[in-house]
Design a protein around this ligand. Sequence first.
Ligand code: ACO
Ligand SMILES: O=CC(=O)O
Ligand code: MG
Length: 533
Amino acid sequence: MFLKSETVKIESEKKYEELLTPEALEFLEKLHHNFDERRKKLLEMRKQIQQKLNDGKPLNFLEETKHVREGNWTIDRIPKDLKDRRVEITGPVDRKMIINALNSGAKTFMADFEDATSPTWENVMDGQLNLQDAIRRKIDFKASNGKKYALKDQTAVLIVRPRGWHLKEKHIQINGKSISASFVDFGLYFYHNAKELIAGGSGPYFYLPKLENHLEARLWNDVFIFSQNELGIPQGTIKATVLIETITAAFEMDEILYELREHSAGLNCGRWDYIFSFIKKFQNDTDVILPDRSKVTMAVPFMSSYSLLAIKTCHKRNAPAIGGMAAQIPVKNDEAANKAAFDKVRADKEREVNNGHDGTWVAHPGMVQIVKDIFDKGMPEPNQISNKREDVEVTAEDLVEVPAGNITEEGLRTNINVGIQYTAAWLSGRGSVPINNLMEDAATAEISRAQIWQWIRHPKGVLSDRRDVTIELVEAIMEEELKKIKTQVGTEFYEEGHYREAATLFEDLIKQDHFTEFLTLPAYGQLIKGGNK
Ligand SMILES: CC(=O)SCCNC(=O)CCNC(=O)[C@H](O)C(C)(C)COP(=O)(O)OP(=O)(O)OC[C@H]1O[C@@H](n2cnc3c(N)ncnc32)[C@H](O)[C@@H]1OP(=O)(O)O
Ligand SMILES: O=CC(=O)O
Ligand SMILES: [Mg+2]
């Protein structure tokens, strides 16, 4: 680590000097000085809200913001290149994948520093350089097999998802303290690219992850106002889509849109983190338990209610309501499994378009065309914001309705297996991976972890064959699954692939009575400690 200025220290290499210029670092420092105290207070507030929920206080729509929900306002005009978002592809900020995603035929590409990226210093910094090159159309790539990659003439509109408010970036320290990862990802991208994006007819567009309430949206909005002033860019140029992916945020959708109304590009149903949040927030509630992860689909009442409410709320405010991620990806060398995966995606996306979503997410380029066809058929206009869905009535009770369904040994086993495999990949620097023909990322892995934690402690944590889910049972299955994984991946890869560390971390998280807020918090410590820069 070397000193960059009196207060800012960075750990860096020469190749990042063009990125971490004194001016860019000064901008990050300003974000830190102006907004970090508020960020920390909001994180503290999350803890207080969790405590209230643990004490049995029910969630409800806020009394103090009733005027916002009942007010007659809309968000500002959506820019031309964000009016039609029928298919959005997402992916990590890996160089080859950025090119593939931009070329995929999707309308937009969300380049992800959050759920799909393991935040090694190299992933984060190279990700920024890759995005800079992509915006300037200078990006190319040659794979080890000789295949060459370059941008097509027509590419997807770029949207960037910075890491959430809870994460820190330990490689940049201000006055000896790690800077917020959100400031780094947003700040470097905005500082280096905003003007270039505007000159190219687009703009600095963002997805905002894991917000828990409207005050967190207000903080982002203030960061945007400040940043636009700093660069001399017109206010309202930044556009941000907020992921509704926490149960608390579902009660504040109007308020979140309102806070960001000059900068809003709508909401998105981040279904996987939403399920995780549902388990986490109601961790102490003996009435709340979810069945096997595979049974918590968008068709179960609480998920369906949340997606319908997002559509109704957005459309009332002239905002797009984007659907969520179907985790299926194409299956190689198994025609029947491949067909089943496509059928699932088709059903999910047909439901979304018929309900009124204005677009949706896909995890893989192979899914772009089928989803585009579905939206082309169900949504002939660029969006369906004019479909106000005033018929939709969703109550607080609907949002927290506990779904029926069994917990099975297979479900428990899958959670253990996937949780360990994903954590091992994350500790090896890969934030999204295919496991059992599904896309797995930080959000899906969190569901696996949270379910096991809940099932062990919950009075209804009983398998369909009447066995209690206990720590002992989990340990026994974990041992079996680890053996299976070792056979699958081979001894050499197993030893190098961080599987042991992953299993230990996963087991610790499940055994601790205190529910660790995010798996990625302790995992980040290990990622950095493991020399994984
Ligand atoms: C809950 C949420 O937050 S969802 C949003 C966050 N999660 C994500 O964004 C996950 C995105 N998806 C992915 O990362 C990938 O699809 C994975 C890791 C699941 C699977 O990737 P792979 O194992 O490479 O799949 P596969 O071998 O079928 O890929 C075929 C090609 O498509 C490319 N590809 C696959 N997914 C993507 C993607 N999302 N973006 C761009 N390219 C992709 C691969 O790089 C590969 O390219 P190549 O043929 O030129 O080498
Ligand atoms: O970020 C998306 C999600 O589903 O989580
Ligand atoms: Mg998410």
